[in-house]
Ligand binder design. Structure first.
Ligand code: AMP
Ligand code: MG
Length: 490
């Protein structure tokens, strides 16, 4: 079978300083373990061909398809607040871009496909565990309706990667609106290459924000648009209990997608200070810190754009500050509107914010499961018998709040059934719980058993449906199943 990728590459046409041309390094014995068939179709690719040995060889980086122009992208970034002037794709290679069925340009990138000029001391490889984790969580985010990179395929390489122990190697095929990051701008800003910043900004506008081409001040409008998308994105994360874990500027996408799933996790019990990542000792990227960090990252982006704003530094800074100033209100508006939907409010009244905050406070105090509390509350909107109170250590804490909630929803004309279905559509039953993800990884890595992975992916594809046969996937971990730490796994 011949594999045809209808590549239409644009990034590799940018100046040479933007990337390094490099092909994937072939691997010993690639085996396709998962192809995302609906996504393949969406991308205009033939899933049957991708599943053939020739397709698997491409998804493993063993052969380069016709029309590909493989590159490793250059970028810099602040990692935990420390600036690193050169990072770049150290273990990822962009094969090229295709235009999907909706007319959207999408990157096809291999992650774990071998060393590049940006690898520094890394081996350019990925271990199977983190590849499965990224596959599961990114696809779960998509099903939850949250902007994200996608996973097209996972391949085991037949080689081992050496981490603390020898682990099976794997390659993930990642799909993104683009892989341009805040750190991509920083790469050129630190080199004072204003022409490159302009070329990058023009590329980004054409690709992600075409409506801004007509704007009076397109670069200002670009910053404002990225600010708005990040504010919306982080609000969405908080509303499902997602913790990215490594919100470095190199992991902050200009298109507004969630990118780079490392030690990310969904929290079980609601705790605003929750951190899972083993490398986040200071809690910089804790759940509730994420909006603040997003703004910090956007401020780094703004600094890069200053030379495009004005030759007068002071004027440029004032303009940037003005644009960044919109973040807090945009975030709060998206977050509060999302919370109102989560508790089933159709209208906005004085006191709503405090009412909802009181629920969150009671949840935090009572270690209530974030996902199940809202799901059971959705049930309770249509049925007095639904057991929300069992989520609370002291169930009376919920009873007191529930009385106020019932009085508040009684002020709205919607029926109980209308409210319940609206709430079910925003409060998922299923999230990728850490202990489930961990169990799937263990089965794959130690027993070469992918059945648990397949089943978890299937359940998470319909997070808002009850799926009674899979009810156990909604359960929080038992005390001995609790995952306390997650790892980058690089
Ligand atoms: P990450 O923590 O995955 O966002 O990666 C941060 C930086 O380290 C990026 O420049 C990556 O390309 C690079 N990197 C991570 N893992 C590896 C690896 N195994 N080999 C080479 N570079 C890597
Ligand atoms: Mg990264």
């Amino acid at each position: 079978m011949t594999v045809h990728f209808p590549f239409q590459n644009s990034y590799s046409a940018l100046p040479d300083s933007f990337f390094a041309r490099v092909a994937p390094t072939p691997v010993a014995a690639p085996r396709l373990i998962k192809l995302n068939r609906p996504l393949a179709v969406q991308l205009g690719l033939d899933p049957d061909v991708l599943e053939s040995p020739e397709g698997a060889a491409i998804l493993a980086g063993k052969t380069v398809p016709d029309g590909a122009d493989p590159i490793a992208m250059a970028y810099a970034g602040h990692q935990f607040g420390q600036f690193v002037p050169q990072l770049g794709d150290g273990r990822a290679i962009l094969l090229g871009e295709v235009i999907d069925r909706d007319g959207v340009r999408r990157d096809i990138q291999l992650k774990g496909s071998g060393p590049t000029p940006f690898s520094r001391r890394g081996d350019g490889r990925a271990a199977l565990g983190p590849v499965l984790r990224e596959y599961i969580v990114s696809e779960a985010m998509f099903a939850l309706g949250i902007p994200t990179t996608r996973s097209l395929a996972a391949v085991v390489t037949g080689e081992h990667v050496i981490r603390e122990t020898a682990l099976p190697g794997a390659v993930l095929t990642r799909i993104a609106a683009s892989h341009i990051r805040v750190g991509t701008f920083q790469f050129f800003a630190v080199r004072r290459d204003t022409e490159a910043i302009r070329a990058l900004a023009d590329h980004v506008i054409a690709r992600h924000y075409p409506e801004l081409r007509e704007a009076e001040r397109p670069y200002h409008a670009l910053l404002a648009a990225v600010v708005a998308r990040q504010a919306e994105l982080v609000a969405r994360w908080l509303l499902v209990g997602f913790i990215h874990g490594v919100m470095n500027t190199d992991n902050s996408s200009i298109s507004g997608e969630t990118i780079d799933y490392g030690p990310c996790a969904f929290m079980d019990a609601y705790n605003p200070a929750q951190v899972f990542s083993s490398i986040d000792e200071m809690g910089r990227y804790a759940y509730a810190n994420q909006p603040r960090i997003a703004l910090w990252n956007l401020t780094r982006l703004a600094e890069c754009l200053l030379p495009l704003f004005s030759d007068e530094q002071e004027k440029a800074v004032a303009e940037a500050q003005d644009i960044l100033g919109a973040f807090s209100d945009q975030f709060s508006a998206a977050y509060q509107a999302g919370l109102r939907r989560k508790v089933g409010l159709f209208t906005e009244r004085d006191g709503d914010e405090a009412l909802i905050q009181d629920l969150l406070d009671a949840m935090a105090k009572n270690q209530a499961d974030f996902t199940l509390t809202f799901r059971k509350l959705s049930d309770a909107a249509g049925d007095d018998g639904a057991d929300v109170r069992a989520q609370f250590m002291e169930p009376a804490a919920f009873d007191e709040w529930a009385g106020r909630w019932r009085a508040r929803i009684a002020l709205e004309p919607q029926t109980a059934a209308e409210r319940q279905s609206a709430m079910h559509a925003v409060n998922p039953m299923f999230i990728p719980r850490n202990h489930r993800v961990e169990a799937v990884i263990q089965a794959a890595v130690h027993d070469d058993d992918y059945a648990p992975f397949e089943e978890l992916v299937q359940v998470l594809a319909k997070p808002f449906e009850d799926q009674p046969e899979f009810a156990a996937y909604a359960d929080p971990p038992l005390p001995d199943q609790r995952v306390l730490r997650t790892f980058c796994g690089t």
